[in-house]
Design a protein around this ligand. Structure first.
Ligand SMILES: Cc1ncc(COP(=O)(O)O)c(C=O)c1O
Length: 469
């Protein structure tokens, strides 16, 4: 539990935060009572709160701070760029070097033949842009009916109106009147939870593809279905690695109905899955790719959309017809953010961060798998440098805890925080996704603290009569 019983009095950070700050993803009533955990500085994989307590940031912030929380070079580049050209835009054929350089660099790195790169400020904006691109493109091609975009249950693509609709989690729809029209969801490829008795993983992958095809047919087939979006490995939905062969089967269905594949690499991109891109790890051939987060190591907000030439040509025709592509953000390709992102890529290369992540991946996964025997853990899953543990009431039957009454995942989270470790509980799935710069010794420390937290949470649940082992 956030230890914020330590005084909300006077001018404390906690008191001022409660008084003035409306937080993202927060239960406001609870916040009024318990207040924030305020972070004041970072160093390597650690962050420190305003009481001086240090934590291993086992989630790289929000799956994103690949270089951890201190880097002199990125700070210097930001400062230098601010002195030279602190802001300029890219509307109406204006440009600046940081955006040009970064677009060129991303095309070189892309896991497909990318033609152009569009910049935005967040993963949500990038995915919103893609929805509009797909609609605009199909109007250009004289296919005004071909507008439906398929996403997946438990997929996470952001929270703006279109990207929040793509997201397949109830909490992002409920009371927000989402999803909007033309966005629909297909099955989640989580074998542990959705595989049927007696079904192999391969049969499950085949069934996912069949269910996708049934949905496409029901929704008007090639005439109405335009694209599918997927994270190579689902992140916020619970770190869900699809079964082997899943994407080959999915892509075959999409090809049959002339649908685009949009890879949301916002978490997976830049080394997280053990290769530069999740598309490479999962054998995906995208037409459009979105990325953010580790693009700039999260030092500044920036995201990108990379598109194939087929997509670009269609956008180009329509923009000529209308007179402009009427879309763009004041800060699309912001020079400081772009310069920092480019420098982050240079640092990644110089320290061979992707090679480091690849080398560390088997060690990371060994740690994750070592929890499979823990009495509280139903599934221990991961790939590359991230993973998840699902805590369950009954290991044999996979019976879940009551999320609210038992609060098992939250107990693990609180016990981890008490031990100076940030992880994330998505309900009863515990995610671990540290900065990619983490070393072997630090991994031992992280997973040691996690094991203690699990044991302590299990003791609590047992004492409360909620877990029998
Ligand atoms: C896969 C994925 N796509 C999109 C987003 C949305 O990004 P943002 O929070 O920057 O809008 C996220 C955020 O976690 C994400 O994980």
């Amino acid at each position: 539990m956030n230890d914020v019983s330590r005084s909300f009095r006077g001018n404390s950070n906690a008191a001022r935060d409660i008084a003035h700050h409306l937080h993202p993803y927060t239960n406001f009533k609870k916040h009024e009572q318990t207040g924030p955990l305020t972070i004041v500085r970072g160093r390597g994989i650690y962050v420190m709160d305003d009481d001086g307590k240090e934590y291993i940031e086992g989630m790289a912030g929000l799956w994103s701070a690949a270089l951890g929380f201190s880097n002199e070079r990125l700070a210097t580049v930001a400062y230098e760029q601010m002195k030279q050209l602190p802001f300029y835009h890219a509307f109406n054929q204006r440009s600046h070097e940081p955006a040009i350089n970064l677009a060129e660099k991303l095309k070189e790195m892309a896991p497909f033949e990318a033609s152009k790169v569009f910049f935005a400020n967040s993963g949500s904006e990038a995915n919103d842009t893609v929805v509009k691109m797909v609609w605009y493109m199909n109007n250009a091609l004289g296919r005004p009916q071909k507008k439906k975009i398929i996403s997946r249950i438990k997929g996470y693509h952001g929270i703006t109106v279109a990207s929040g609709s793509l997201t397949g989690l109830p909490v992002n729809h409920r009371s927000f009147d989402l999803p909007i029209a033309n966005i629909i969801h297909t099955s989640c490829p989580h074998f542990y939870r959705f595989g049927k008795d007696g079904e192999t993983e391969e049969q499950f992958a085949t069934r996912c593809a069949e269910e996708l095809e049934q949905l496409i047919v029901k929704e008007g087939g090639a005439e109405q279905c335009a694209a599918m979006i997927a994270e190579p490995v689902m992140g916020a939905g619970g770190v869900i690695v699809p079964p082997k062969g899943y994407y080959e089967k999915i892509q075959a269905v999409l090809a049959k109905y002339d649908m685009l594949f949009i890879a949301d690499e916002v978490i997976c991109g830049f080394g997280r899955t053990g290769n530069v891109w999740g598309c490479q790890t999962l054998n995906i051939k995208p037409d459009i790719l979105t990325c953010a987060k580790a693009l700039s190591a999260s030092f500044l907000p920036i995201s990108a959309v990379m598109i194939s030439d087929k997509v670009y040509q269609a956008l180009s025709i329509e923009s000529e017809k209308i007179g402009t592509w009427g879309h763009g953000f004041t800060y699309s390709g912001h020079p400081v953010a772009a310069a920092v992102a480019l420098e982050a890529q240079k640092v990644y290369e110089e320290i061979d961060l992707f090679g480091h992540a690849k080398r560390l991946s088997p060690i990371f996964q060994k740690h994750i798998k070592s929890f499979a025997d823990h009495p509280l853990v139903g599934e221990a899953m991961g790939i590359g440098m991230f993973g998840a543990l699902e805590v369950v009431k009954d290991k044999k039957t996979k019976q879940a805890f009551d999320l609210v009454a038992d609060g098992a995942g939250l107990k693990v989270y609180n016990q981890a925080v008490a031990r100076g470790l940030f992880i994330r509980n998505m309900g009863d799935r515990i995610a671990i996704c540290p900065p990619l710069i983490i070393n072997e010794q630090e991994l031992d420390d992280l997973f040691g603290r996690l094991r203690q937290a699990l044991d302590a949470a299990m003791a609590e649940l047992t004492a409360e009569g909620k877990f029998k082992g």
